[in-house]
Design a protein around this ligand. Structure first.
Ligand code: SF4
Length: 296
């Protein structure tokens, strides 16, 4: 199964303000669609948005399940989509292919719990790559700090051991949370270090590295995705990944919802998926009857 996502806008509104959802005093809602999430779409237009995901069968391209949420991103949608798909097909998924947005520690834990293989790269889409590139120009990347499992601490590129400085709980989607640990290199090391200019913005504070609980899953996933056989298998996703949405947008003109409110957006998505699946079934049947004329 493969996960895809698409942002679909409701009719555009003008006017904008940064979206800081955690502070109620700064919450901005759309007067035209208060249920939608306000944010920038892929064209960088500030507008009310719903995010849509498809789960698609790899061979038939049938859309096995979909979801439509009033959210800024896909965080937290993988496990519910897997559960929904398994309920629909009455069976167990073995492998799910997805993009980097679906490869968080919580996603990996969810898949592990369900004994599902998740094939998804870690931070390798173009957005995160460009962000990483900018960061690397400024700073020695955290990946160059070696984790020592025995000492449960990091060693910096200059060979110094970082000290444990504490932890905090970070909130995640759906009321879930994850613990983040902090490690810091002693300022006495950083101040005299020849790498300091590229490593730490303020040597008198020392470089800090954060590590999420379950980070080893991300590290393991990175290794898995570097395996040549896995890369080859993952290509299957690239061959069809945007097909469902390309069809929705290109052939069915689905660039925005035509009604307001989450309930109506979901109903519209349901009708669209139904139409797409009918077309796919029709194509499969025709291919079955006249395989020699098939171009699929
Ligand atoms: S600046 Fe500090 S953390 Fe960075 S390499 Fe030097 S000693 Fe290590």
């Amino acid at each position: 199964m493969r996960m895809q996502r698409l942002f679909v806008s409701t009719p555009r509104i003008l006017g904008r303000e940064s979206d800081t959802r955690k502070d109620p005093a700064k919450i901005v809602i759309s007067l035209s669609d208060p249920e939608a999430h306000l944010g920038r779409d892929k064209l960088k237009v500030y507008r009310p948005l719903y995010t849509v995901q498809y789960m698609i069968a790899p061979k038939s391209h049938l859309i096995m399940s979909y979801c439509c949420e009033a959210a800024a991103n896909d965080t937290g949608t993988l496990a519910p989509m897997i559960d929904k798909t398994q309920r629909i097909v009455g069976g167990k998924l073995r492998t799910v292919m997805a993009d980097a947005a679906y490869c968080t520690i919580l996603d990996l834990q969810d898949c592990q719990l369900r004994q599902i293989e998740l094939l998804a790269p870690v931070q390798s889409n173009s957005f995160t790559e460009s962000k990483t590139k900018k960061r690397v120009e400024r700073q020695i990347d955290r990946n160059q700090f070696a984790w020592d499992e025995t000492e449960r601490s990091y060693h910096c590129p200059a060979g110094h051991r970082l000290d444990y400085k504490g932890q905090e709980r970070k909130q995640r989607h759906g009321g879930r949370s994850i613990i983040q640990h902090r490690y810091r290199c002693s300022p006495s090391h950083c101040q005299g270090c020849e790498l300091a200019a590229r490593c730490v913005s303020n040597p008198s504070s020392g470089r800090t590295i954060k590590r999420l609980e379950g980070q080893e899953l991300i590290d393991g996933q990175r290794e898995t995705m570097n395996d040549e056989q896995v890369k080859e298998r993952y290509q299957l996703r690239g061959q069809t990944v945007e097909r469902g949405f390309a069809d929705a947008k290109g052939n069915r003109g689905f660039n925005r919802f035509h009604r307001r409110g989450l309930r109506r957006a979901r109903a519209e998505m349901g009708l669209l998926v139904l139409a797409q699946n009918i077309q796919i079934l029709d194509r499969l049947e025709r291919d079955d009857v006249k395989p020699e004329q098939s171009n699929t």
